[in-house]
Ligand binder design. Structure first.
Ligand SMILES: [Zn+2]
Length: 427
């Protein structure tokens, strides 16, 4: 991380502002601009950690921040400590402390033993630009707090970023949720990770969520989540084009000479639209390109040289082939609409389930037409496996949907994410 001080700006500043805010230090608006109030909040944090209070985030402050961002610290057991006392000191409950330390015997704590203590605030921030770095840190943070979440890597992006997967549950009925096929639609990534966090927390505490018995879901189902299918594209949109990008010159050309990618770019870093790169009417998607003025790599709708030509779509397809998913959800933005059909291949149960999702979310049930009905992930899933697959378009307005819509988007979708595993049981 770079040194940050007053006058700096960026997504890293935004992430730190959000952290300071949830710790109660009031850094001002979470806008990515390091102003006077942010400086004062940094000073308060530095004082509380016994650091020189200069309001500058250098090496030592960074180290402290990194631990806070991961959401837990290593605590060395001292004479007289009990888990209850430690939990009390950190304002957390005992189940969360026990969850973070599987196998620990509360009656046999050893002086000098090191345990993990989660902080009292959540890991996943839902008020900031959600870059790949932030997503990666959140995955690590969740894994440390909730070791029962299994984290995997399904493949790598063109630029070598990890395509993370998270696994909730151990049951035979598998479902799969993925997000951010499209770069501009990164708001769907924190949606799935916030759901993962809320699910894991409630499960650890033995609570239900919206009346759903999570233990039942855990034993009967397995939920696989790929929170960011297109990390290179997401970072291009959120961080801008960096000089060291190996596609630098080509990207500018593909973007019609424009340096701004943050309002148009859906594709991966090679200009292929990942949701037009699956082997389901791919040729029709290809043929339709000229009608949309698509003549090669670009911001949107270029289907690539052949199906699964891109490492990201190939990884998603491979991951799907390796499992036995009975139902999949592909998250996109925007439009508050749920797509559920693929030509004449749609399984009959899909309508009933789609109608339920529609009722739970308030989103309308729609059918895609023209180019949007070809070569997408849900199209391919329905075509190859004859099981229900849904594209869910969250939020309203214009992409990128502002993060201020997150609370509503989460509320709209949480119950879908809980009920989908139950519905999958009879498929
Ligand atoms: Zn999309």
């Amino acid at each position: 991380m770079r040194t940050l001080k007053q006058g700096a700006s960026g997504n890293d500043v935004m992430e730190i502002q959000s952290l300071l805010e949830k710790m109660g230090y009031h850094p001002g608006p979470i806008d990515g601009f390091f102003g006077l109030r942010t400086k004062e909040a940094v000073k308060q944090l530095q004082r509380s950690k016994g650091l020189p209070a200069d309001g500058i985030i250098g090496l030592n402050t960074n180290e402290v921040l990194l631990r806070l961002l991961l959401g837990y610290e290593n605590y060395t057991i001292k004479s007289g400590d009990t888990l209850s006392k430690i939990a009390h000191k950190y304002y957390i409950n005992l189940p969360l402390l026990l969850t973070a330390n599987p196998g620990i015997d509360p009656l046999k704590l050893q002086i000098g033993q090191v345990i993990k203590v989660p902080y009292a605030f959540d890991v996943v921030d839902t008020n900031i630009n959600y870059t790949y770095e932030i997503m990666k840190r959140d995955v690590q943070g969740l894994k440390n707090r909730y070791p029962f979440i299994e984290v995997g890597i399904a493949g790598k992006s063109v630029l070598g970023k990890n395509l993370y997967t998270l696994k909730l549950g151990n049951g035979p009925v598998e479902v799969f949720y993925n997000a951010a096929h499209h770069a501009l639609e990164w708001i769907t990534s924190p949606l799935l990770l916030k759901f993962t966090e809320n699910f894991a927390k409630a499960y650890a505490e033995g609570r239900k969520m919206r009346g759903y018995d999570l233990k039942d879901i855990w034993t009967q189902n397995t939920i696989y989540i790929m929170p960011m299918v297109n990390p290179d594209g997401v970072d291009l949109v959120l961080q801008g084009l960096q000089r060291d990008n190996p596609f630098y010159d080509r990207l500018i050309a593909w973007n019609n000479g424009r340096m701004n990618f943050g309002d148009v770019w859906h594709a991966n870093i090679r200009g292929v639209d990942l949701n037009h790169n699956y082997d389901a009417s791919w040729e029709l998607s290809k043929q339709a390109e000229p009608a949309y003025d698509v003549h090669g790599p670009g911001p949107t709708r270029f289907s690539g040289p052949h199906p699964e030509s891109e490492p990201e779509s190939k990884a998603v397809a491979d991951f799907t082939r390796k499992h036995n998913f009975r139902l999949v959800l592909a998250y996109h933005s925007q439009g508050e609409e749920i797509y559920w059909t693929y030509q004449n291949k749609t399984p009959p149960e899909a309508r009933r389930i789609g109608e339920l999702f529609s009722r739970l979310s308030g989103y309308s049930l729609g059918e895609t037409t023209g180019i949007t009905s070809y070569a997408g992930y849900k199209d391919w899933f329905i075509d190859k496996f004859q099981k229900p697959g849904f594209t869910i378009e969250v939020g309203v307005g214009k992409n990128p949907v502002p993060i201020s819509q997150f609370p509503k988007i989460y509320q709209d979708n949480e119950e879908i994410l809980l009920v989908a595993p139950l519905k999958a049981r009879s498929l």
